[in-house]
Design a protein around this ligand. Structure first.
Ligand code: ATP
Ligand code: MG
Length: 422
């Protein structure tokens, strides 16, 4: 029965996984905060239109990967196109929607950090899930190349804090401004039109609607053609060249090395100017850990005011896999009561110790031997033993479970004594 298995491409985050996951998100949140990025969250689902419009009708995400449904149970059934709901495949579209529907455009520039689950119906592999998680930063309302640089810098700082920056390469490209893009688009259409018979079906469609996306194709045959395709860099206008030069100069000034990759095109229609990815060779085929760029056309595409934007998203699962040092679980203190009276005391004592900030484990039964075993199994740092002798002296035996050393401590001073085990 399929109901007893997790859905293909989804996985449980059991406590060990969850700790890594949380370390990624908390590190990112803390670093983003230092750069002035405020945390926000959008709903996990939006009207399908939000993604269709922004990701482009021909994108892989929209054509193949979206989880779209019509909410059931409403009297009279589905209400047509307007009621189609999609589980978000990425975060930027929702944030742009929030900017418009919340009237935030009057407060620009805005800096946001967000994180949470994303959903894409793609073939599951190592590092490729159907429900995965992203951390994401967005800078809205800044057209200056210093915005691109800050966005990359905050990403690099997060990777550094996670201890993985050294194992990634920053790949950089520019997609130019709309004028350059238009010029290059024409050249590309000419080139690929001359090789129609060698193009995949998908790319034949892209040729009509978004030829740039062919550069991103994963099809073998397409990739051979792409290798000889004209380069974007030869068709950039002066303004686009200048913009890119400033980005590169500032990255260099910050000591952030990069590798130019003229084939790096983001899969989404609204990207302009800077495109970048932090990639690694350590995760097999799933090499991209953080990807982003400038999307000056996005908010307008959605019907909002023209608003420049730049941002990135990174896969939490991929970062968690890359992280070598997994954070250790917090080690609790085990309270071990012996006898009925001690049990009663333990109930209130553990509550007050927890209220004082200590992490306390209190078992629900068993003799001293069993309880001490459990204390070891959960990795307790110390044990507070409450026996008859101890109670008579209003005290507890506090045992350091690493060294075995123990001492008698008055109950009134217990919270203080536990401080050294935190
Ligand atoms: P890929 O080339 O690996 O398919 P993408 O271009 O689809 O990546 P983006 O849409 O830019 O990825 O998403 C940003 C990041 O989110 C990726 O760099 C990756 O770390 C992560 N990511 C994307 N799709 C998945 C997935 N299905 N499972 C796990 N992580 C993912
Ligand atoms: Mg993808």
């Amino acid at each position: 029965m399929s109901g007893l298995q997790p859905v293909r491409g989804t996985r449980d985050l059991l406590p060990d996984d969850m700790r890594r996951h949380r370390a990624v998100v908390e590190t990112a949140r803390a670093v983003a905060e230092r750069y002035g990025y405020l945390e926000m969250a959008t709903p996990v689902f939006e009207f399908t239109e939000v993604f269709k419009r922004t990701l482009g009708e021909t994108s892989d995400i929209v054509t193949k990967e979206m989880y779209t449904f019509t909410p059931g149970g409403t009297p009279g059934g589905p209400d047509g196109e307007g009621e189609q709901i999609t589980l978000r495949p990425e975060a930027t579209a929702g944030i742009a929607r929030a900017l418009i529907s919340g009237g935030l455009a009057q407060h620009l520039p805005l800096k946001f950090f967000t994180s949470g689950p994303m959903f894409r119906h793609e073939r599951p592999q190592k590092g490729r899930l159907r429900q995965f998680h992203q951390i994401d930063v967005e800078l809205l309302g800044v057209a200056d190349p210093r915005g691109d640089v800050e966005i990359i810098a905050v990403g690099a700082q997060i990777l550094r804090s996670l201890g993985v920056l050294e194992r990634t390469t920053l790949e950089l490209n520019t997609l130019g401004d709309p004028e350059s893009r238009q010029a290059y688009r024409k050249v590309l259409v000419d080139y690929f039109s001359g090789h129609r018979e060698a193009l995949s079906d998908d790319s034949l469609q892209r040729l009509e609607r978004n030829p740039l996306r062919i550069l991103d194709s994963k099809d073998e045959g397409d990739r051979k053609l792409v290798a000889d395709a004209p380069l974007f860099s030869d068709y950039l206008n002066q303004a686009s060249v200048d913009f890119f030069e400033r980005v590169k100069a500032d990255l260099t000034a910050l000591g952030l090395g990069f590798a130019l990759n003229p084939r790096l095109v983001r899969g989404l229609d609204y990207y302009t100017h800077t495109a970048f990815e932090f990639v690694t060779t350590e995760l097999g085929a799933q090499g991209a850990v953080m990807a982003g760029g400038r999307y000056d056309g996005l908010v307008e595409t959605m019907g909002g005011p023209a608003t420049p934007g730049v941002g990135w998203a990174a896969g939490v699962e991929r970062l968690a896999m890359l992280m070598t040092a997994a954070p250790a679980a917090r080690r609790p203190v085990a309270v071990v009561p012996i006898g009925a009276e001690a049990e009663r005391l333990a109930l209130t004592l553990t509550e007050s110790l927890r209220a004082a900030g200590h992490s306390i484990d209190l078992g629900f039964g068993g003799n001293v031997g069993k309880r001490m075993k459990r204390a070891n199994r959960i990795g307790a740092r110390a044990a507070v033993i409450l026996g008859e002798d101890e109670l008579r002296q209003d005290s507890a035996t506090l045992r350091d479970l690493d060294s075995g050393a123990q001492e008698l401590v008055p109950l009134s001073a217990l919270a203080e004594h536990l401080a050294r085990f935190r």
